[in-house]
Design a protein around this ligand. Structure first.
Ligand code: FPP
Length: 237
């Protein structure tokens, strides 16, 4: 289908990049090879989202629970992120993508934190936005937000009664980002796994059987078509 004939994509798509380990196992490769193929899939899909006109893409790159994996696997994922951000900083003016990071970055290595910081600062004037969830957990995000609001109350800058859904949203990592209309989870798993718990209240979930490293632009088209078949009522009739 020509680009002009495709249905308008959602403004914000979020993806749980799942299935890297199984993809590697099927090929007799180490899990880190699966993550490397997953990073390639991310490059492919991020470019395709840009072509389609998606304004925000949020990806689950490393969860608060992923530290439980072997030191080798964690180091492998961090190395891929480092390589990607170095490349992104080099190609910043060509790609014009705005980078944002959701999660507690203080637990990452200082060099990776510095790369995230540079990528965020140097891209803040661009429009198309990629949000990397790094050391991210949806529950942790809400706890951090509640703690910061409580701090503002203790400092006399806020009253407890002022707290509304809108105000709490401004304390989240996603402040200023519209909620995702579509959340895609490949690999056949049907769980939310602590991803965007607050922001997904009215998101459409599309679960797909393809493993993330194999995820293609045709799979993204299929997920968007499925999203358009859904009848979004937001609790109304
Ligand atoms: C889940 O698959 C995937 C992760 C925990 C890591 C995702 C990280 C990447 C795709 C690389 C990040 C780099 C860039 C540039 C985005 P899994 O390992 O749980 O797969 P499995 O369920 O098959 O074991």
């Amino acid at each position: 289908m020509a680009l002009s004939e495709k249905p308008k994509p959602p403004r914000h798509i979020a993806i749980i990049m799942d299935g890297n380990g199984r993809w590697a196992k099927q090929r007799g490769l180490p899990r880190t090879a699966g993550h490397a193929a997953g990073a390639e899939a991310f490059r492919r899909i991020a470019n395709y989202c840009r072509t389609l006109g998606v304004e925000y893409l949020t990806v689950y790159a490393f969860s608060t629970e992923n530290w439980k994996r072997s030191a080798d696997e964690v180091a492998g994922i961090m190395k891929l992120l480092r390589r990607y951000l170095e490349e992104a900083l080099r190609d910043m003016e060509k790609n014009r993508v705005r980078f944002c990071f959701f999660g507690d970055l203080s637990k990452l290595s200082p060099d990776l934190q510095a790369l995230c910081d540079r990528a965020q600062k140097q891209s803040e004037d661009y429009d198309v936005q990629v949000n990397f969830c790094l050391n991210y957990g949806g529950r942790d995000e809400i706890v951090q937000a509640a703690r910061r609001f409580a701090r503002d109350v203790a400092d006399g800058n806020r009253q407890p009664e002022e707290l509304t859904e809108e105000l709490l949203s401004t304390y989240l990592y996603s402040a200023d980002v519209p909620d995702p209309e579509l959340i895609i989870r490949p690999s056949g798993e049907k769980r939310t796994s602590n991803f965007l718990l607050w922001q997904s209240a009215y998101s459409e979930y599309v679960f797909m059987n393809v493993l993330w490293p194999d995820f293609s632009s045709a799979d993204l088209d299929a997920a968007i078509e499925e999203y358009h078949r859904r009848n979004r009522r937001f609790g109304g009739v």
